[in-house]
Design a protein around this ligand. Structure first.
Ligand code: MLT
Ligand code: ZN
Length: 467
């Protein structure tokens, strides 16, 4: 690459380009430590104009651009291709006033927790709960259509995003920060960009639809003896009034979180835990404890021992109980570099699939350790697989992915329920969506990014988009 590119990049965002290897290190490896890349530079634009100028230069010189938010993704979707320019959105932190309809427009680099603080200062909440919320940015959440614990009530990021602004590969700006709840004119570009994983544009601003908060919450945990009894109880669990979340974790996964927290779980860890979170917005004048009592009675009448139920009322108790679910990811990473899969199966297949997973995994590597948890209401299973010792070779990691994902597809599931495709799942995209749909996606990619500079190797195999 000629030095005229470097000079043009410096001129596009003066003083905002990093080239020092140490300074670039934290943008070069993903959160799971499974993927790493060698960017030629990291651009830290402060405005949409900076982003536009950087992209125009990269497009002219055919240099790849890797958009990056908080770098908390789990599928390698923000890992720099070698020789690329990382465009981090971390300095795009503008915020608008909260409008009368509860919407607010913020820069892509605002973290989810900062947005939540802003929402609460204005008597509202974001409706999105991610364990990574302190680092995950609104732009990253938008471009991956993040889910999290409260999808059951508030939907995924897509349901909360009312508009956005984004810079196309050639530096042109698409502005859809519309303050309108209804606007039925033409293609929905906002929804196309949400979940496009940085392959079509760099999202610079997001209009978020905040929601009314609850006055009170209640968190419950149920330690079912096995997955079958939990699955049998699903309909009853879904009848709790005021449901925000129904999550799950294998008892062995809860044990890992407890070890990380240096504490003892309040319930037995032999089986299958379900966590339920309730909010009081739609239970009338009743307390959540009173409103939930009939459902708890029904669970105990069906055979669940009362000493397998924990109820957390105060904020401190609720946080402590949630942490046995929320801290599992961290406990897995503390133990090694996992193969991380994020699958969904039809609800009637859930139990058989979860029960078969250990033998599926051990068929490939008898020493591998599956750690299972996820979002019960959505039949979403986070299959984390740790090596018995050391690290997995790339061949074993792929064989583990193949074994689990083959099984997923054979029961009509999805190879990515919420984390996206990134690099990790791209070789599964055609099997999941079929050649016709992948070609339809590739046609959009080619039209929007004809030189394929945006996030190459993510979503599509390199070259696949140029069909
Ligand atoms: C979660 O639900 O905790 C996240 O998706 C993180 C993970 O899968 O590790
Ligand atoms: Zn999740």
């Amino acid at each position: 690459m000629d030095s005229s590119f470097d000079a043009a990049l410096d001129a596009a965002a003066p003083g905002r380009i990093l080239r020092d290897a140490d300074a670039m290190a934290r943008y070069s490896t993903d959160w799971t430590r499974r993927w790493t890349g060698s960017p030629r530079a990291v651009a830290r634009p402060r405005s949409v104009e900076d982003v536009a100028a950087v992209l125009a230069v990269c497009n002219d010189h055919r240099v790849s651009v890797v958009p990056q938010g908080g770098n908390t993704g789990l599928v390698g979707g923000a890992v720099p291709a070698d020789g690329s320019v990382v465009v981090t959105t971390e300095a795009l932190t503008s915020t608008s006033d909260v409008r009368e309809d509860g919407s607010v427009t913020v820069g892509a680099g605002v973290t989810l927790h900062e947005l939540e603080r802003l929402a609460q200062e204005n008597g509202r909440t974001t409706g999105l709960a991610l364990a990574s919320g302190a680092s995950a940015t609104v732009g990253g959440v938008a471009s991956t259509n993040a889910g999290g614990a409260r999808v059951l009530r508030y939907g995924t990021a897509r349901d909360r995003i009312g508009g956005l602004r984004a810079v196309l590969a050639n530096g042109e700006v698409v502005d859809r920060r519309v303050g309108l709840r209804k606007d039925n004119t033409g293609y929905d570009l906002t929804n196309l960009l949400v979940g496009s994983e940085g392959t079509l544009a760099v999202i610079t601003d997001v209009t978020w639809k905040l929601v009314a908060p609850h006055r009170d919450r209640l968190v419950l945990a149920f330690a079912f003896p096995d997955s079958g009894s939990a699955a049998d109880a699903l309909t009853t669990l879904l009848s709790f009034p005021g449901l925000d979340a129904v999550e799950w974790a294998a008892g062995s996964a809860v044990k890992r979180a407890a070890a990380l927290l240096d504490t003892t779980p309040p319930l037995p860890t032999d089986g299958f835990w379900v966590f339920v979170e309730l909010g009081d917005s739609d239970v009338g004048d009743r307390s959540l404890v009173d409103a939930s009592a009939p459902v708890i009675d029904s669970l105990t009448a069906s055979g669940l021992d009362a000493d397998r139920i924990a109820v957390a009322v105060s904020v401190t108790e609720r946080r402590a109980l949630w942490s046995f679910r929320e801290r599992i990811t961290e406990s897995v990473s503390a133990a090694g570099v996992p193969v991380k899969l994020d699958v969904g199966v039809p609800v009637h297949e859930f139990c058989a699939f979860v029960d078969a997973l250990p033998s599926t995994v051990h068929g490939v590597d008898a020493a591998a350790i599956p750690v299972l948890f996820g979002h019960f209401a959505e039949s979403n299973i986070h299959v984390n697989i740790l090596p018995g010792s050391g690290t997995f070779s790339e061949a074993v990691a792929e064989a583990l992915e193949d074994a689990v994902l083959d099984h997923v597809l054979s029961v009509g599931g999805t190879v990515s329920a919420e984390h996206g495709v990134g690099r990790a799942k791209r070789r599964w995209l055609t099997r999941q969506r079929g050649a016709v749909q992948v070609q339809a996606m590739a046609a959009i990619k080619n039209a929007w990014d004809p030189h394929s500079i945006l996030n190459p190797g993510v979503l599509f195999d390199r070259g696949q988009a140029a069909i």
